[in-house]
Design a protein around this ligand. Structure first.
Ligand SMILES: C[S@@+](CC[C@H](N)C(=O)[O-])C[C@H]1O[C@@H](n2cnc3c(N)ncnc32)[C@H](O)[C@@H]1O
Length: 238
């Protein structure tokens, strides 16, 4: 129902039907919203928060402190980002800390060798209730893997943790490659301790820093795109 309502209000996509019309319309609506949000964020002068820092910097140039964990979402087509991440994590993540990395199904085989110096803990999954349209070969990926490694032995929590979180779809109202907030809130809360310092070197629009703030964890993050830094800081200030 919602699909057809949305399709019918968007002149631009009148000739498309069903799911493809829905996604095209949603894409247009979200693109417009993103523009507005960026303009709004640019007007604000928001200082870096003490416990939830998003720095405008290349992660390569940043002076990373020792950290309890990393939760991050690198540009998934570019393996050199994961390579850099693994090297940084080896040096900066405390023993027993987690390294949670978002990826896509077709690159998982490349990630395991990159993270060979870590213990593999498990694969978490963000599951989409709405079927995706971006097929990879004949496969339509309906879930997004988040690989969980640890630097040395990870002390597991006593409470049970569900490894999937279902969301309607990935919102794109702040960033083209935005991740949904809820899975990170759930997993950060379940797998880390209040007050822990979590790093996100690829912050985008600040979804993971926001999840840290909502769960009482500290966060230090970098993002190379200045507009996104402003959007991230605006989300933290809201
Ligand atoms: C997949 S997006 C992250 C999206 C984020 N999880 C969200 O929900 O908004 C990856 C981000 O990494 C940033 N990035 C790429 N190379 C970087 C670098 N060397 N240093 C810092 N950020 C970088 C990109 O600008 C992009 O915003």
């Amino acid at each position: 129902m919602a699909i057809f309502v949305l399709a019918s209000i968007c002149d631009h996509h009148k000739r498309k039907t069903g799911l493809s019309a829905f996604y095209s319309c949603r894409c247009t609506v979200e693109k417009e919203k993103r523009k507005e949000v960026i303009e709004q964020a640019k007007q604000m002068i928001l200082p870096i928060k003490e416990n939830h820092q998003i720095h405008h910097s290349s992660n390569r140039d940043f002076g990373w402190p020792m950290m309890d964990h990393i939760f991050t979402d690198p540009p998934w087509k570019e393996m050199y980002h994961y390579q850099w991440l693994a090297e940084m994590a080896q040096e900066k993540v405390k023993k027993g800390g987690l390294v949670a990395v978002v990826s896509v199904q077709r690159f998982l085989d490349k990630l395991f060798p990159i993270f060979k110096g870590f213990n593999y803990v498990t694969t978490l999954a963000i599951v989409y209730k709405l079927t995706g349209v971006n097929a990879a070969g004949c496969f339509v990926p309906n879930w997004r893997p988040v690989l969980l490694f640890s630097n040395g032995k990870y002390k597991q929590p006593k409470d049970l943790v569900t490894d999937t979180v279902s969301v309607m779809s990935s919102p794109k109202d702040y960033h083209d490659w935005q991740q949904p907030l809820q899975p990170f809130v759930r997993w950060i809360e379940a797998l880390t301790q209040p007050g822990d310092l979590i790093a996100d070197p690829f912050a985008g629009a600040g979804t993971i820093p926001l999840a840290c703030q909502m769960t009482g964890r500290r966060c230090v993050a970098t993002e190379i795109n200045e507009d996104m830094v402003k959007v991230g800081r605006m989300r933290l200030a809201a």
